[in-house]
Design a protein around this ligand. Structure first.
Ligand code: HEM
Length: 413
């Protein structure tokens, strides 16, 4: 069924619905992820692929990624005792995205806490159920329950943050062109060479996408991978043996080294199969009438594709609930949008453009976490005590933070 929606009828289902939370936080659909399928979306996507998501650009961010992973590893090796991997991963991905997309790192703990708080609240509101989306005349209930007030509050805080990021760029406008915000500001200052009239709201909407989509999904994947590994010590050992037998002498594993680690790559795939961070992808909306297997689908039908259930389908996957990366050495299925048995990044026109960036981030963080440390459960906790429940939100985060004990394996920096 997913291939009917995302491949055969991809164009028909390439639009997004206008849901209250997503509409508000995306400046009325001016972003990439929640914008309907329009000429505007196509132009915006072209600009983002050109300046942010193309392979050459992604490769150019390699030194920033390596530096942020090194900072994370150093911080872990300097802190004794329990490591909260949920917090550590969010702080790592949010610093990384801020540097890649906003050209700025937030040094103090307070700064990064502020962003993580904002992120958590924003992503919960993006997935919130608003009665007015389904029964418009009951919209007053959303106001009464305080949901609209919360949405306004978080929107205002995010807006102030984006404005600060833009102001920082304007202050440095005499410097060389550095990131996607500089490019967008340049377009505005050159009296708009785009087919649509680019404004500050367009930039802010895009910042929201990059900030939320880029930070949350990669952090959640790192945590789910470590959760699965601590619950499956045999897999953890096999991964560490692979890394240490190939790169035992190294202090730090570089991005270029990962190609020689097929088992690590299989772990990331297996994590995305069992724990796709966006389990229902991002909702689609049909643009015209169509017929799928005898069912007539009307225009403006809201469609959720259940990537979570697809990844656990026992008809496709042997022992579907087991965390077993070896399965990928026996099958060709990949997550790149061609195989509809595994679609953590979606597929078709609206497929995730950040896939490559997300995967390389997760792989680099994971390989160094496994290379630099041996991981243990806290005293008195057994592997079956580690739960896999999720927090509500558009991205599935582990409900209870993952806290593990790290023992340094490589020389500490
Ligand atoms: C493990 C990492 C990631 C996962 C699992 C993931 C997953 C997804 C999924 C499922 C969608 C919806 C696809 C669909 O509707 O078919 C999506 C869309 C999107 N993602 Fe990602 N993502 C990841 C990383 C990133 C990163 C790092 C960025 C940006 C820096 C990003 C930016 C976006 C954007 C802009 C869209 C909207 C595309 C559109 O509607 O045209 N993602 N992502």
């Amino acid at each position: 069924m997913a291939s009917h929606i995302l491949k055969t009828h991809d164009l028909t289902f390439a639009s997004r619905p206008s849901l209250l939370g997503q509409h508000k936080l995306s400046y009325n659909g001016l972003d990439l992820a929640f914008s309907p399928y329009t000429h505007y979306w196509k132009e915006m996507k072209k600009l983002c692929v050109l300046h942010l998501f193309n392979p050459r650009r992604i490769h150019s961010f390699c030194p920033i990624r390596e530096d942020e992973v090194l900072r994370m590893i150093t911080k872990i090796s300097q802190s004794h005792g329990l490591i909260n991997l949920s917090e550590t991963s969010m702080s790592f991905t949010s610093s990384l995205i801020c540097r890649i997309a906003f050209g700025k790192r937030y040094e103090e703990d307070q700064g990064s806490r502020f962003h993580i708080g904002l992120l958590t609240e924003a992503q919960a509101l993006l997935a919130e159920f608003y009665l007015s989306d389904y029964i418009p005349w009951l919209g007053w209930v959303d106001r009464l329950t305080g949901k609209l007030w919360r949405l306004d509050q978080i929107f205002n805080k995010l807006d102030m943050f984006y404005q600060q990021v833009i102001n920082d760029h304007l202050d440095q406008s005499n410097q060389q062109q550095r990131d996607i915000i500089d490019i967008f500001l340049q377009i505005i200052h050159s009296h708009n060479s785009t087919p649509f009239h680019l404004t500050m709201d367009h930039i802010k909407a895009l910042l929201m996408n990059i900030f939320i989509a880029g930070t949350d999904t990669s952090a959640a994947t790192i945590v789910w991978a470590m959760t699965s590994l601590i619950k499956n010590p045999g897999v953890m050992k096999k991964a560490q043996d692979e890394i240490r037998s190939v790169y035992g002498e190294k202090d730090f594993i570089r991005e270029e080294d990962i190609q020689r680690l097929p088992y690590l790559k299989a772990i990331v795939k297996e994590t995305l199969r069992l724990f796709p961070p966006s389990p229902l992808l991002v909702p689609r909306e049909s643009m015209q009438k169509c017929n799928i297997e005898g069912y007539e689908i009307q225009p403006k039908t809201l469609v959720f594709v259940n990537a979570w259930a697809i990844g656990r389908d026992p008809e496709t996957w042997e022992e579907a609930e087991q965390f077993n990366p070896d399965r990928f050495f026996k099958c060709e299925i990949d997550f790149k949008g061609q195989d509809f048995e595994l679609i953590p990044f979606g597929a078709g026109r609206r497929m995730c453009p950040g896939m490559q960036m997300g995967v390389v981030t997760v792989e680099l963080a994971l390989v160094n976490l496994l290379h630099s440390f041996d991981w243990d459960l806290p005293d008195g906790i057994h592997k079956h005590d580690i739960d896999t429940q999720i927090k509500p939100g558009i991205t599935t985060h582990k409900k209870i933070d993952l806290c593990l004990v790290a023992h340094s394996h490589t020389k500490t920096r």
